[in-house]
Design a protein around this ligand. Structure first.
Ligand code: GLU
Length: 480
């Protein structure tokens, strides 16, 4: 049997990291088995659709570097892969169930259903449809049809017995059929519900493993009943644990970024996000934490997916991101930094950006920190604020003189590098009787316009002799 898995997102908003962890497990499973990874768009809930959702989803896949074998853009032999283009297929299958007695049309109005629920609540009974329309006589049914009454189609759940779903993550899940509701499979707008549509598609698309979110676990036995009614063999099911915040509540905006585009904008690397996501709910059984996708593909197994909810902790993700940033060769880090820089930085040449990358590599966790730490490399002048140049305990004249002396040193330094600059400047402090903290801060502000930067003399080296001298002299001028 060749493995075929699918993910079935509903286009109801931006792609959430919780869904993507589920997508990633499907992807790893498909790649591990040399199987097919299918994307199917489940857009049958027309009211909840958000325009742009599919585009955002595919963009997130592209950014993470995960490819799909069938679905939007690429097509495939089981298409269409968008449910709203498959309505006639669902209608045909609904008709089949109705004609075989496994489903029936229900004409109950929403007013009747609301009143029914209220009565059940008052009697402290579990809510559920009372099957009024399941027991209509031929004549009553004919009357409704003749009147063209609006209706839904409900599945006729067997009244006794029990149904078991063998779950690859949770083990056997069994429900008594009598507690199951006659659930709706076709809505009054003639769109199918998730229960019918996903199942018909999974069957026709020859899906072998359904690895989906835990919220569907309570529906799984209903789906087994539907498979039985059609006379089809169900796929294997695995319900994957939810992503939770550190407070063990379902992961939401409150906990920080949740949509994949936000992680990108915040300067996370796709490698780091993938690495961390794969460890949310799956464990290799060792303490190892840094894995490439290829290593995950080799080691992933459903047996090691924990049935309990998995904690997604942004602090831990930051740690992973820092690890990846430090693992890159500086030219590669420079290439990753480039899109985060302002226009002048984006145009910088590779060699310059590589030097800057090496300077920052040990100091940042997120690529979004880069602009603030590097903007002075990409401007002509930094317009240092005189009040930052001159600290208490020194005078304007003292600092102006020191900055000119520093400029002379920089002009003469042989070679021009931080190993030469630092001792020369320490001597200068002694010569002028000024504290190193005071002089170094003045030089820092003169060269960068800021009080917090990467290490001073390395920064000067990357800035270059000429620009450094010019900025030191300009700052001294400002203090006149
Ligand atoms: N459309 C469903 C959802 O977005 C798919 C669930 C499934 O994978 O079967 O939750």
């Amino acid at each position: 049997m060749s493995v075929r898995v699918r993910i079935a997102p509903s286009p109801t908003g931006l792609p959430h990291v919780g869904n993507f962890r589920t997508f990633l497990f499907n992807w790893l499973f498909a790649r591990q088995h040399g199987g097919a990874f299918v994307i199917r768009i489940e857009d049958t809930d027309q009211a909840r659709q958000v325009p742009g959702s599919v585009e955002a989803l595919l963009e997130a896949f592209e950014w993470l570097g995960l490819s799909w074998d069938e679905g939007p853009l690429v097509g495939g032999p089981y298409g269409p892969y968008v449910q709203s283009e498959r309505l006639s297929i669902y209608h045909r299958h609904t008709d089949q169930l109705v004609s075989e007695g496994h489903a029936y049309k229900c004409y109950c109005s929403s007013e009747r259903l609301t009143a029914l629920r209220a009565e059940q609540q008052a009697r402290k009974e579990p809510p559920g449809y009372d099957r009024l329309c399941r027991n209509l006589s031929q004549r009553e049914r004919a009357e409704h049809e003749a009147g063209g009454d609006p209706h839904v189609v409900r599945f006729a759940v067997p009244l006794d017995g029990s149904t078991t779903c063998h779950d690859l993550v949770h083990g056997d899940i069994t429900w008594e059929n009598r507690v199951l509701d006659d659930f709706v499979i076709l809505k009054s707008d003639t769109f199918p519900t998730y229960h019918l549509a996903h199942l018909v598609d999974d069957h026709l698309m020859e899906i072998t493993h359904v690895l989906r979110g835990e919220q569907w676990i309570s529906s799984a036995t209903r789906h087994i009943l539907l498979y039985q009614a059609f006379g089809w063999t169900p796929p294997l099911f695995g319900h994957l644990p939810d992503l939770l915040g550190p407070d063990r509540k379902k992961l939401s905006k409150r906990h920080g970024a949740t949509d994949i585009g936000e992680f990108k904008r915040a300067g996370y690397l796709p490698e780091a996000l993938l690495n961390y996501m794969a460890l949310c709910g799956w464990s290799p059984g060792t303490d190892e934490e840094i894995f490439s996708l290829d290593q995950f593909i080799k080691q992933f197994s459903l047996e090691r997916v924990s049935p309990a909810g998995a904690i997604f902790d942004h602090t831990k993700l930051d740690w992973f991101n820092g690890q990846y940033i430090r693992s890159f060769a500086p030219p590669d880090l420079a290439a990753r930094m480039r899109p985060y820089l302002p226009a002048a930085g984006e145009r910088a040449d590779d060699a310059d950006l590589t030097e800057i990358a090496a300077l920052l590599q040990d100091r940042i966790k997120l690529l979004s920190e880069v602009p603030e730490l590097t903007d002075f490399f990409f401007t002509d002048s930094v317009n240092p604020d005189p009040s930052l140049l001159v600290r208490s305990g020194t005078t304007r004249d003292q600092i102006a003189e020191a900055l000119r002396a520093s400029a002379d040193l920089v002009e003469a330094a042989q070679p021009f590098d931080h190993d030469t600059l630092e001792p020369a400047h320490r001597e200068l402090c002694e010569r002028l009787g000024i504290k190193a903290t005071q002089l170094f801060m003045a030089i820092r502000v003169a060269c960068t316009g800021k009080t917090a930067t990467p290490p001073l003399f390395e920064t000067m080296q990357v800035l270059g002799r000429e620009r450094t001298v010019k900025r030191l002299r300009e700052a001294a001028e400002r203090l006149r």
